[in-house]
Design a protein around this ligand. Structure first.
Ligand code: GLV
Ligand code: MN
Ligand code: MN
Length: 432
């Protein structure tokens, strides 16, 4: 049986210099209503969203988020990397802000919860503080990062890792990242203005759906993330020879798609046979010229590798390259790997932060579990400049990057209440 958190929680906070007992908890109905409202932007027929970063749907969703931030009493701006930032000043001068948030862009054919819960949850926290007139000592900054699904673009911009190579990458929307950033109100020629250095942010916390089935299956309320996987992407090209599909005998073909198919199987085998949790995926494949009566002369496909250790990722890639060399030789179809400049390093979360999040869940009567994140998150970039932590809430049946993605209103609110308590604990020196 599932352990449910108490909906009303009492804890003590320091507000405007005085100490008072308050009841605080996130409002499940308000959060769910906002998730549904956000889901209207880019809604797809299957009940999820295709809100690709930089698309019209993304622009409309971003306007909705800016409105919610304003209603929560935040000063809203867009930084030069295209991130939406809502800020509220603190009561003590000279303190760095506590930042929390996530993203609202989706993958093609995505769901309504990935990223969205973290942004709506962060706004919920700001709104609760606003409604009760609580002023934290630190400034708070709520962030909705731009283009998370295209390679953590906004958070890379914030840590100063968005170079010309990345700006030239074609995003899911068909625009380059440079064009997309300009379209959402950023300025790709002045990215240095978006950069935060170590010390500029007191702490970063991201609330997110788990996107796996561990919490749901165990009936646990909260996941405390210990580390986030690193991610590397490559374009893989296989060169064959385009020829007539009717007149070319089977033993006289250099079929790029047959080699690509064999390579796809090899990639799956390499990642499956090694001990550990590494994963490798071919998620996109295109044959050229792409006609039923032409033997494919060229294939372009993607390769993605993830693991919690950078060395393991490299090892998997080395084994895949060796397999590619073998296949290319046997079938006389050269194979080339070009790494795309969107890599994110594996990132352990801050150890103190894990304790603060776990203590918040425990004090609120919620069950929790320590766990790794197999999905990439903006928090892994922020971890390089600030103590960073992540709060996971259950995903029904572990489904994500799908219209079937679902997290209940109570679970979303539980996560936001843990986020609120974590922010207040940090404001009161829990990381010092
Ligand atoms: C981000 O959603 C990822 O691809 O893990
Ligand atoms: Mn995602
Ligand atoms: Mn996400």
């Amino acid at each position: 049986m599932r352990v449910r958190a108490r909906l009303v929680v009492f804890f003590v906070i320091a507000a405007c210099g005085s100490v008072s007992a308050q009841d605080f908890s996130a409002d499940p109905e308000r959060m769910e209503e906002r998730i549904h409202a956000l889901g209207e932007f880019g809604k797809n027929a299957a009940g999820g969203v295709s809100r690709l970063a930089f698309s019209d749907a993304d622009l409309a969703g971003r306007e909705y988020i800016k409105e919610l931030m304003q209603q929560a009493g935040l000063q809203v701006r867009v930084d030069t990397a295209g991130n939406i930032i809502g800020r509220r000043e603190g009561s003590e001068s000279g303190l760095a802000p506590i930042m929390f948030g996530s993203h609202i862009d989706s993958v093609p054919g995505g769901g309504n919860y990935d990223g969205d819960v973290g942004v709506i949850g962060a706004i919920e926290v700001a709104q609760l503080l606003h409604e009760r007139g609580i002023v934290t000592k630190h400034p708070i900054e709520i962030v909705s990062f731009t283009d998370e699904e295209g390679g953590l673009t906004g958070s890379r911009g914030m840590i100063g890792k968005l170079g010309e190579g990345t700006l030239a990458v074609m995003s899911h929307s068909g625009m380059t990242i440079r064009e997309g950033i300009a379209r959402v109100g950023g300025d790709p020629d002045r990215l240095e203005l978006a950069v935060r250095k170590p010390g500029d942010i007191a702490a970063f916390i991201e609330l997110h759906i788990e996107q796996g089935a561990i919490l749901h299956e165990a009936g646990v309320n909260i996941g405390v993330v210990e580390g986030i996987v690193g991610i590397r992407w490559w374009d893989v090209s296989v060169a064959g020879f385009a020829n007539h599909a009717g007149t070319t005998p089977m033993d006289r073909r250099w079929d790029a798609l047959v080699s690509a198919a064999e390579l796809t199987l090899a990639i799956n085998r390499v990642a499956s046979e090694l001990p550990g949790r590494q994963v490798a995926t071919v998620g996109k494949i295109e044959a050229f010229p792409g006609a039923p009566n032409v033997i494919p002369g060229e294939v372009i496909m993607s390769l993605e590798i993830r693991d919690l250790e950078a060395e393991k990722m490299q090892h998997v890639f080395d084994l895949i390259q060796a397999e590619a060399g073998r296949i290319a030789g046997e079938r006389s179809t050269p194979i080339q790997f070009t790494e795309i400049d969107v890599a994110s390093p594996p990132a352990p979360t801050d150890v103190q932060m894990r304790r603060v999040i776990a203590a918040a869940a425990q004090d609120l009567g919620m069950s929790y579990e320590m766990m790794p994140s197999g999905a990439g998150h903006d928090a892994q970039d922020l971890a390089s400049i600030a103590p960073a932590g992540m709060i996971f809430v259950p995903s029904l049946d572990g489904i994500s990057h799908s219209p079937k993605e679902y997290t209940s209103a109570i679970d979303m609110a539980n996560g936001a209440t843990v986020l609120l308590k974590t922010v207040l604990a940090i404001d009161n020196g829990a990381l010092e």
